[in-house]
Design a protein around this ligand. Structure first.
Ligand code: NAD
Length: 522
């Protein structure tokens, strides 16, 4: 198979001026349509419920994103019934027949990408470039998974005649109905990636998006419907985590779950599967506590820039965010001074503004958590910068907080061991690379890790010894975040990813299928 990396969508966004112009036009048009009421989508029909919830923009509480139907067990039941009824015909299609819906959806998404990026900025607070990267990654998922499924002929292999007169095929087949449960932080790419994985392989889906980001999930279902996907193949049930999530996971006809989100919820889903004796997969992509080592052989310019961007892009609300940095004691003072000075220069602003780097936090519990850990950091360590809400009358009412750098926190302290999912970074001294690796690995997580060292042998040693799915050396663009579909398959070790196969990689789709060997005597 030729490993051609021909299509990454982010390389096709035109000049910067064209990008900003198109994005701004899309923000105006998306804003004009906000505030609508959105029912559930079951079996191709709009379904009203007795209850609903409103979503406001995290960057401007006066901006009503919309009112969304709140589903419960009854609606989950109807959605699973629709998905079960649609599944046999969906599975019976030839690989190219099914993938065509997704390559067509990718084409439509290319046409609508600015609209999606604008909606994303308004709904979940991503700045322009982060929003566009989320959409571009989604396009890449749709294209790559389609091409992979076609390339493998839908994972069907003719094994020939083991004995004369007997003919055998070894194939992968879908499980049936998948529940797809998505997080708020990559609500376009991850939602589309997981859903496309389940659907392309012949399963049908009940999708439950995060409560903070239901609008872009509706836009995704529109996309698939506009690409002609049959009724019942994808069903959308918005609502609360446990109101919708629990009945979906527990439903006897839901064979498997694709989940991306926090460790606690993901492990809970696995436990439910095991308690109920369910045999299908729970494909779980969980959190991270991503370490970076800066050795005495590091280029400090690269290290400061990479750590700052890794920690504070999208306000640290990334599973891959850099959250602890281990710096050789010979340069920790200089590193920290420069990191603090450069962090204080970052622009905190409205998500749609051109120069915004740090965007607002998603919801009230994230804000409360941020303020709580900032207080704890003041008590147990030293806050070098940040630790407070932004006071700026020019900003609309939203959840704007300062990126925070903290020193003098012991390596074992909960601030340095738990995932916080806000812009919060702890800095720790190390005496050598070995100590850095040992402390990096002393974690239940193993998602992303970084190193800054100009010494090739240090980098090689680190690649050999670091316990992490994603390992990045000397990346000033961002120490630990950012992966390209197919080129850099994304996933974690340990409690960061409990099933092990990486999103956007060559082994991802097989997880949604079970194996069958068919022998016939002719
Ligand atoms: P979350 O766990 O709070 O929510 C994820 C989804 O689970 C949401 O749709 C939520 O409504 C749903 N949910 C909540 N309770 C549920 C229940 N009892 N049963 C079923 N579903 C339930 O996560 P989040 O705050 O949306 O996202 C942030 C988390 O996601 C972080 O921990 C981050 O590290 C992780 N994440 C991991 C990856 C990865 O690839 N490893 C990528 C992105 C995000």
């Amino acid at each position: 198979y030729e490993n051609e990396l021909t299509y990454h969508t982010h390389q096709q966004n035109g000049t910067e001026a064209e990008f900003h112009e198109a994005y701004e036009a899309a923000v105006d048009s998306v804003r004009a349509d906000l505030g609508a009421t959105h029912p559930l989508r079951i079996d191709g029909e709009a379904v009203e419920t007795g209850d609903s919830f409103g979503v406001q923009s995290p960057g401007d509480f006066d901006l009503e994103i919309g009112e969304f139907a709140a589903g419960e067990a009854e609606e989950v039941e109807a959605a699973v019934d629709a998905a079960s009824a649609a599944q046999p015909d969906w599975e019976a299609m030839e690989p190219e027949e099914r993938t065509e819906f997704f390559t067509d959806a990718a084409d439509l998404l290319r046409e609508r990408k600015y609209e999606f990026a604008a909606a994303l900025s308004l709904e979940n607070g991503k700045n322009r470039t982060e929003a566009m990267a989320d959409v571009d990654e989604a396009i890449d998922f749709l294209d790559f998974y389609s091409r992979e499924f076609e390339r493998t002929d839908g994972y069907r292999f003719d094994t020939g005649e083991p004995t004369p007169g007997q003919h055998t095929r070894n194939i992968l087949r879908p499980y049936g109905v998948f529940g797809v449960i998505a997080p708020f932080n990559f609500p376009v790419a991850i939602t589309m990636g997981m859903t496309a994985g389940a659907l392309i392989t012949g399963n049908t889906v009940v999708l439950k998006p995060a409560s903070a980001t239901p609008l872009v999930a509706h836009m995704y279902v529109d996309l698939l419907e506009d690409a002609g996907i049959p009724d019942g193949v994808i069903n959308l049930v918005t609502g609360g985590g446990s109101d919708v999530g629990n009945p979906l996971v527990e439903h006897e006809d839901v064979a498997g779950v694709a989940f991306t989100g926090s460790r606690a919820v993901g492990l809970g889903i696995q436990e439910t599967f095991s308690e109920l004796g369910k045999r299908g997969p729970v494909i779980a992509e969980l959190g991270g506590k991503n370490p970076v080592i800066v050795t005495d052989e590091a280029d400090l310019d690269d290290a400061v820039e990479g750590v700052m961007k890794g920690a504070f892009s999208f306000s640290g609300q990334k599973c891959s965010a850099t959250s602890r940095v281990y710096v050789d004691e010979s340069l920790i003072d200089e590193f920290t001074d420069r990191l603090v000075a450069e962090t204080e220069e970052l622009t905190i602003g409205e998500p749609t503004a051109e120069d915004t780097f740090v965007s607002p936090l998603i919801d009230d519990s994230a804000l409360e958590h941020y303020l709580e850990i900032a207080e704890k950091a003041r008590e147990d360590g030293e806050v070098l910068t940040g630790g407070a809400e932004v006071e700026d009358d020019a900003l609309p009412e939203g959840r704007y907080v300062e990126p925070t750098v903290v020193a003098d926190i012991p390596h074992e302290h909960e601030l340095a061991t738990e995932e916080h999912f806000v812009p919060f970074l702890t800095v720790h001294p190390i005496s050598d690379l070995e100590e850095g690796i040992e402390k990096s690995n002393d974690s239940e997580y193993g998602l992303c890790a970084g190193i800054f060292s100009e010494d090739e042998s240090e980098v090689e040693q680190w690649f050999d010894e670091i316990e992490s799915g994603m390992c990045y050396a000397n990346r000033s663009q961002s120490a630990t975040t950012g992966a390209l579909v197919q080129a850099q398959p994304f996933g974690g070790w340990k409690f960061s990813g409990t099933t092990g196969k990486f999103a956007g990689g060559y082994w991802y789709l097989q997880q949604f299928m079970r194996e069958q060997t068919q022998t016939r005597v002719e």
